[in-house]
Design a protein around this ligand. Structure first.
Ligand code: ADP
Length: 400
């Protein structure tokens, strides 16, 4: 005897019809029982789902048009849509699914996911709608969007504070710089005047010749360091304020131009640079140029003196997103430092060549403003690859 329990409803009906159509042979009792069980189960599910979601009892709805569960304009559009589908076979929801609005018995409207599937039986076509109340999900999405918005606002505010602070700190700093120089000059004049006088006062001589000039040098070095940091902050915060002019960038051309301007440094370092071909991307020409120049600059700066430097820039489309890799065979970056290098003023080895630890911070800021991503893969002693992924070209015309 067949075990019918595992068969789904459509299959059961199909088998029963097949059985009953065989001359003189009625459907077996187990098959009928299985169909009955299956129908009862379905009815129970429907009863609970419909009652809980829409507030109607099953008996209030059975036999009524499904439009009773929809608000306008879906209610008015529904029958026309169905007729159109039956005539043309052109589906907008059936087999596709989308977000629509449902209406409860008390008239309240709520968002829901609707998927409609079609079952073709021997002599009729059945449409089954699967709905899910997504009110909570929608609320969470709305809350997330609000949070993202307020985060962006806070970020802007912070950037303004950084900008104003670094701008305003500049002028007292220039004063300190100017007056410490003045003091150094005065000190040296005093020393000239006191030549001979200080012979009997060796302590005064040490003060004028060593202690005061040394203290002034420390002040000036400190001031220069603050100046460097402040101009870094200013550069960083200006970035966030500069308008982006997003257009379709011919990336092969853009990279070739960068390579051209770096030709001298590359030759001096005995470096081989290989580029592309790479896909185009949407972006602000000046800022994207800055990012790639920075990466190539770093590849040059952090090369391994033990081997000839090789740099390559490649690119491809990854799920529609132009994605680029700038690879070098330089000193590499230990895993534990890989996240830190994007932090402002973070340098792994402050004695390693010139730099203020700002290049990658700025690169990251630029790429994020383009709705892209930048990350690094690296092996110490082998080299690094900096990855950049930008939005698809359909964003080329939109202004953020
Ligand atoms: P800077 O180069 O001015 O120090 P960056 O923000 O560009 O600042 O880089 C931060 C740090 O990341 C560098 O000081 C260096 O330690 C490390 N780094 C960046 N690029 C590379 C690279 N291609 N190879 C090895 N280390 C790198």
């Amino acid at each position: 005897m067949d075990d019918y329990a595992h068969l789904n409803r459509t299959e059961l009906i199909r088998r029963l019809q097949a059985l009953e159509s065989c001359e003189g042979q009625a459907a077996s009792q187990p098959a009928k029982d299985a169909l009955h069980d299956s129908e009862e189960r379905l009815r129970a599910i429907l009863r609970t789902a419909v009652e809980r979601t829409f507030g109607f009892t099953a008996s209030e709805l059975i036999g009524r048009n499904v439009t009773a569960l929809m608000p306008s304009p879906y209610r008015e559009e529904h029958d026309g849509y169905l007729t159109n589908y039956l005539r043309t076979g052109h589906a907008k929801i059936i087999g596709i699914g989308r977000e629509v609005l449902g209406q409860r018995k008390d008239g309240t409207v709520f968002p829901m996911d609707l998927a409609v599937s079609e079952v073709r039986l021997a002599n009729r076509r059945l449409f089954t709608g699967f709905i899910r109340d997504i009110t909570e999900r929608k609320k969470a999405e709305q809350r997330l969007a609000e949070l993202a918005h307020s985060l962006a606002e806070k970020n802007k505010e912070l950037e303004t504070i950084v900008y104003v602070a670094s701008h305003d700190l500049r002028s007292p700093l220039v004063n300190i710089q100017g007056f410490s120089r003045e003091l150094a000059r005065a000190c040296s004049r005093l020393r000239d005047r006191l030549v001979g006088v200080t012979c009997g006062e060796p302590e005064v001589g040490v003060l004028l010749d060593e202690d005061i000039p040394e203290a002034l040098e420390f002040i000036q070095a400190g001031v220069a360091k603050i100046d460097l940091l402040l101009s870094g902050f200013l550069r960083y915060s200006r970035l966030g304020r500069a308008a982006l002019r997003i257009e379709r960038l011919d990336m092969n051309r853009l990279l070739a131009l960068i390579a051209q301007t770096m030709d001298f440094q590359l030759k001096q370092a005995g470096a081989a640079l290989q580029i592309g071909p790479v896909p185009d991307a949407p972006g602000d020409a000046t800022q994207v140029t800055q990012v790639f120049s920075n990466l190539l600059d770093n590849a040059l700066k952090y090369r391994d003196p033990a081997r000839a430097l090789q740099i390559s820039v490649s690119g491809r489309l990854e799920e529609g997103r132009p994605t680029y890799a700038v690879t070098d065979n330089g000193i590499g970056i230990a895993r534990e430092h890989q996240g830190k290098i994007f932090e402002i003023f973070h340098r792994l080895d402050p004695s390693a060549g010139e730099g203020e630890g700002l290049g990658l911070t700025i690169a990251q800021r630029i790429i994020e403003r383009h709705n892209g991503k930048i990350w690094v893969e690296s092996q110490p002693g082998k080299g690094s690859t900096f990855w950049i992924s930008l939005p698809g070209l359909e964003h080329a015309k939109s202004q953020p």
